[in-house]
Design a protein around this ligand. Structure first.
Ligand code: GTP
Ligand code: MG
Length: 656
């Protein structure tokens, strides 16, 4: 083999990536049924949501297409596909040119530092305009973009193109016609000149010829183009109409002719990267790996090169069309799926032994939107765990967590659509019904001043009584762990054996403050006196006394609520800056600074989590999806008085 090529299709939703995958598979004579966008959630929405695969042969070269979703909440699939691809194809709508995910895709591929081509699709559409699309692309992205084709439209139809590399006409209706019509020769000459000038920069020899105005052959242009693409110095722009089957032969020619596969050594010890994990309804967990070097073989286990964890390679599947087929082995460059190896981590590099560099995958974006999940019935509670675990293991941007403060189970994702899709999938695939709710804010309680209290726990119930008396002081405390217990007992007013009981009582009291039953933090508790009874005292009695003393002291120490403050980084296009900043102020936010980032600016701010629960949605609607953000927990901070009143009133209402 050694000829295997992986091509990752990226671009905004509706640019025709899935249609292109299907068209190329059909063209290659794929016999089996082509099933793309086949999950129930994909069928219902008519969009790709998980990475799709299409494998076929073209001119003796085996090609695997990775079809990624163009929805901006599903971008993790691009992060999985781009690093393992030999070529990224950025598909663009000929009427709309640069859209939100076009920009995201360009960024994720590192500004096309990796081999990239742009395909301007939907050239049959009424308002398709190739030149305008190229101008828009150039306007958004740094140089490098060079049309290698010149489309021809006549009477509102996409009728042909000039292949600028070979300098020949491609007439879609008349294959025999190769001469460039006289009326466009000037235009073609200009376009070809621009192409030659660009490619010449990638090849010194060619540059000399170009400067000498010597004739340059098709193969010389192609050779320089291959070099330029491999170096990420040139991004050729092609055109097509997928639905009319136009431009596809030329595209395939580019896949085979312009792309140098990253060939690994077949004789080296096996090394693969698990770039994508999926849950197949029939085959169970599939770990898609690209073979980097050597040969992966059924029955020959591998290890995670970082953790050293062993991985069984039992059932191995190659891709054929959109289906899987059992194979005993696979070589460098090929993509295969290892079935039922549940413990392969997403992005892991596997090899014959631990050690050595892991393959550089991209760092995934982090979830920015959270919803609490509530099972509908007890049966759902029982099934939920495994189903959620499977989804969270296969998707980097879905995280399931139990909040330590509110005890709620939270699903973190990239937005409301993303979260809804996986809630639907839980129902469709795992038969688990869950509802989602806005998460509760994990408030905490603390005090603002010192206070003391004495508390005597005394009970006489028949036989032996209970007696314990504790005197303690509480003070605000900023030290580690949020709590400190100090034993200041002099003499034996509380005998040693009861001190652990005292501490337990305090710890219990810390679990629920008296304002709104949130955990208490940032307190120091010093026990300095008390009394006991030689017969009736016990650890339990002291525990109850300490709890009582703490509560009394707490109420007298100006208790208040603390709320989580998040540090937020919003990346905004220039024209939305003012709006984003004033919106952030409206969210009780504080702007800390601004950092330029290319054509965008990163607004650095802090705001309470309570004001950010729907930020992902609001930001999207304010900027038509052009801004992105991330947030991280920064610290806890006192809730302003008027808001505290509301939170406490609401908590009390809920408890009733
Ligand atoms: N007229 C026209 N329609 C096209 C062309 N290519 C694709 N389409 C249609 O555009 C629609 C969207 O195509 P898809 O292939 O699903 O788009 P996609 O890029 O995969 O979209 P996502 O999966 O949401 O990212 C489908 O109805 C296609 O048939 C084209 O060249 N011309
Ligand atoms: Mg699609």
């Amino acid at each position: 083999m050694g000829q295997a090529r992986t091509i990752c299709l990226v671009g905004h939703s509706g640019t025709g990536k899935t249609a292109l995958t299907a068209a190329l598979l059909a063209r290659a004579g794929t016999k089996e049924q082509i099933t793309l966008d086949a999950s129930q959630e994909e069928k219902e929405r008519g969009h790709t949501l998980d990475m799709g695969f299409g494998a076929f042969q073209a001119d003796g070269v085996s090609i695997t297409l990775l079809d990624t979703p163009g929805g901006d909440e599903f971008i993790e699939e691009m992060y999985k596909g781009i690093p393992v691809a030999d070529l990224t194809v950025l598909v663009v709508n000929a009427e709309k040119a640069v859209e939100v995910v076009t920009e995201r895709a360009w960024e994720i591929s590192g500004g096309a530092k990796r081999p990239t081509i742009v395909l301007v699709n939907l050239m049959d559409k009424e308002n398709a305009n190739f030149d305008k699309a190229v101008a828009d692309l150039r306007n958004h992205f740094e140089g490098k973009l060079v049309p290698v084709q010149m489309p021809i439209r006549a009477g509102g139809a996409f009728t042909g193109m000039v292949d600028l590399v070979s300098n020949r006409l491609v007439d879609f209706a008349d294959k025999a016609k190769k001469e460039i019509p006289a009326d466009i020769t000037d235009e073609v000459e200009m376009a070809r000149g621009a192409l030659l000038e660009e490619v010449a920069t990638a090849d010194d020899e060619l540059m000399m010829k170009f400067l000498d105005e010597a004739p340059i052959s098709e193969s010389e242009v192609a050779r320089a183009l291959v070099k330029g693409i491999a170096a990420g110095a040139i991004v050729p722009v092609l055109c097509s109409s997928v639905t009319e089957g136009k431009g596809l032969d030329q595209l395939l020619k580019a896949f085979v002719g312009y792309v140098a596969p990253r060939a690994g050594d077949a004789g080296a010890p096996c090394r693969v990267v698990a770039f994508n994990l999926a849950s197949d309804p029939y085959l169970g967990r599939l770990s898609f790996v690209r073979v980097l070097e050597g040969t992966i073989q059924e029955g020959k286990g591998l290890v995670d090169v970082v953790s050293g964890a062993k991985v069984d390679v039992r059932d191995l599947y190659a891709l054929e069309g959109t289906k899987q087929k059992r194979v005993p082995q696979a070589g460098p460059g090929e993509i295969v799926a290892i079935a039922k190896a549940e413990h392969i981590a997403l992005g892991a590099t596997l090899g014959v032994s631990q050690g050595g560099e892991a393959f550089p995958m991209l760092e995934f974006p982090r979830p920015v939107f959270s919803r609490t999940i509530v099972p509908k019935s007890q049966a759902d509670v029982d099934k939920m765990g495994a189903a959620l675990k499977e989804i969270a293991a296969t998707k980097a941007t879905i995280v399931v967590e139990r909040d330590p403060v509110t005890k709620e189970l939270t699903l973190h994702g990239m937005g409301d659509v993303h979260v809804s899709v996986f809630i639907e999938r839980l129902k469709n695939r795992y038969n688990v019904s869950l509802e989602t709710r806005q998460p509760r804010i994990p408030y905490k309680e603390t005090i603002r001043k010192k206070a003391e209290a004495k508390y005597r726990h005394k009970k006489q119930t028949g036989g032996r009584g209970q007696f314990g008396e504790v005197w303690l002081r509480i003070e605000p405390y900023k030290g580690e762990g949020g709590f400190k217990f100090v034993d200041e007992i002099k003499g034996a007013s509380i005998p040693n054996q009861y001190v652990p009981g005292v501490e337990k009582g305090i710890l219990e009291a810390l679990e629920q403050g008296s304002l709104a039953k949130f955990p208490v933090t940032e307190v120091l508790v010093a026990v300095f006196d008390g009394s006991f009874h030689p017969v009736d005292s016990s650890e339990l009695a002291f525990k109850l006394a300490a709890r009582g003393a703490f509560r009394e002291a707490f109420d007298n120490a100006e208790p208040c609520l603390l709320e989580p403050i998040m540090s937020v980084r919003v990346r905004v296009p220039e024209d939305h800056m003012g709006d984003i900043i004033s919106d952030m102020n409206g969210r009780r936010g504080r702007i800390l600074g601004m950092e330029p980032a290319g054509k965008t600016t990163v607004v650095v701010a802090e705001a309470p989590l309570a004001e950010l629960l729907n930020y992902a949605l609001d930001l999207k609607s304010r900027t038509q999806g052009r801004a992105t953000f991330r947030m991280d927990f920064a610290r806890y901070q006192q809730v302003p008085g008027n808001i505290q009143e509301k939170v406490v009133a609401q908590a009390q209402a809920e408890q009733e």
